[in-house]
Write a protein that binds this ligand. Structure first.
Ligand SMILES: C[S@@+](CC[C@H](N)C(=O)[O-])C[C@H]1O[C@@H](n2cnc3c(N)ncnc32)[C@H](O)[C@@H]1O
Length: 417
């Protein structure tokens, strides 16, 4: 584990790449350019990087990356994922980046399926309503079933629920797939609001259903994307089920101290090797543009002249509450607010810092930490929707490390028994 390497003087190219969140290709380029030059390790004579050289380039290297060291775990096997409700693949590529293999994915939206197929032709994409698919062919062949099922209420709120009580909901379909596949671990992801949905009864119902089908649920946590190298204040609830015959602890990924901001998302820097590529994007209607022209970076509707505030906010003006997301212009030195499925949507404007326009498609993708070469299919509106729906890739990667850690322990114990 890289955790043990904190005090080392020398780092191999793959260790340095992982710690700096750069590709080994980038490091090789830096070596050629003289930006970060590898040296010969005195004992082994391998080409490695000296800690001081890395620190000269990244002064925070050891301080800020200590926590990063904890999460990376190398998989001992080719672990297989079945990803349900896969959307445009935010979680799937995060898990792939961590070292997991996406064996199969399901998604109903044809444009999202097209996105998955065009970027990863080798992925097995089951297109269509989940309720029409059986996953029995994967029984005992998948290591983790994952899925961001849309949140729906159950009618038996308050009682102890069994799987049949949830029939008709998408959580039922998730749990059914888990039951059919019988993986050691399953992971559901959802919005934070699931905790309070129907006074907490929806979540309680899900936990009792997972219990009924043979899975213990780890205490639920809400992970803040900004703590996982995502320049966006997005939160995701993680629901982890562990098959009852397994007594291994699941550790959530440890949060990083360093917070990335919009500049890190759109400009060349630690998160990305280049400035954001140019791409198409939505426009604000003229009536909105003239209002947002008056809002400074990091400002919102309260920064408008009083009369314009009243006119723009309409009835909401008198309702009270901060509504800091309305008529919002994001600043370069802060993370973006949560991106929505449609960038010019009323009440959730996230305006570009320098220009009065929504973020372009590629800017949206950067804020969700999608790689620049991940192309989205469909119209502009379809592309924004796929990106806005996604789990940020870097958050998915960190969750992936936790899954790998769990599976390594599981299979290592199993081989001994
Ligand atoms: C929150 S999004 C998932 C995002 C995805 N995990 C990611 O990281 O990009 C939920 C997805 O569930 C899909 N979905 C909704 N109902 C479905 C159904 N009945 N069968 C299959 N997929 C469905 C939606 O089209 C949407 O893409």
């Amino acid at each position: 584990m890289l955790y043990n390497l904190v005090m080392k003087d020398y780092y191999t190219i793959s260790e340095a790449a992982e710690l700096l969140n750069k590709s080994t290709k980038t490091l090789r380029r830096w070596d050629d350019e003289g930006k970060l030059v590898a040296v010969r390790e005195p004992m082994s004579n391998y080409r490695v990087y000296h800690r001081n050289d890395i620190q000269n380039l990244f002064p925070d290297f050891l301080i800020e990356n200590n926590s990063q060291l904890n999460n990376y775990v190398k998989p001992n096997n080719d672990y297989k994922v079945l990803e349900l409700f896969a959307g445009a693949g935010g979680l799937a590529i995060g898990l792939e980046k961590a070292g997991l293999k996406c064996e199969a994915l399901n998604e109903i939206d044809k444009f999202a399926c097209q996105t998955l197929r065009q970027n990863r032709p080798h992925w097995k994409v089951f297109e269509g309503d989940i309720k029409n698919f059986s996953f029995s062919e994967f029984k005992n062949k998948i290591d983790v079933v994952t899925g961001g099922f849309p949140c729906q209420a159950f009618s038996y709120a308050g009682k102890r629920l069994g799987l049949e009580d949830a029939r008709g909901t998408l959580f039922y379909e998730f749990a059914r797939a888990v039951q059919e596949v019988n993986p050691p671990i399953c992971i559901g992801e959802n919005v934070k609001g699931l905790i309070s949905h129907e006074n907490g009864n929806t979540l309680k119902g899900m936990i009792s259903i997972l219990d009924e089908i043979g899975y213990n649920v780890v205490p639920v946590e809400v992970l803040k994307a900004i703590n996982y190298k995502v320049p966006q204040k997005r939160e995701r609830l993680i629901l982890v089920g562990i098959r009852k015959d397994i007594q291994i602890k699941f550790d959530y990924p440890k949060p990083f101290n360093k917070i990335y901001n919009l500049k890190d998302a759109l400009k060349k820097g630690e998160l990305f090797d280049t400035d954001v590529p140019i791409s198409g994007g939505a426009k604000y209607p003229q009536s909105k543009k003239v209002v947002l022209d008056l809002v400074p970076p990091k400002g919102y509707w309260r920064d408008l002249p009083l009369e314009i505030q009243k006119e723009y906010m309409g009835g909401s003006f008198f309702l009270g509450g901060g509504k800091t997301g309305m008529a919002r212009r994001i600043g370069w030195d802060e993370p973006s607010l949560t991106l929505t499925c449609s960038p010019a949507q009323k009440q959730t404007e996230r305006c570009h810092p320098d220009e009065t326009r929504p973020f372009t498609v590629r800017e949206y993708a950067r804020i969700q930490t999608f790689p620049d070469d991940w192309e989205f299919a469909g119209s502009l509106a379809q592309q924004y929707k796929q990106i806005g729906n996604a789990v940020p890739v870097n958050l998915g990667r960190e969750v992936g490390y936790s899954i790998i850690k769990f599976l390594n322990s599981y299979y290592s114990l199993k081989s001994k028994s």
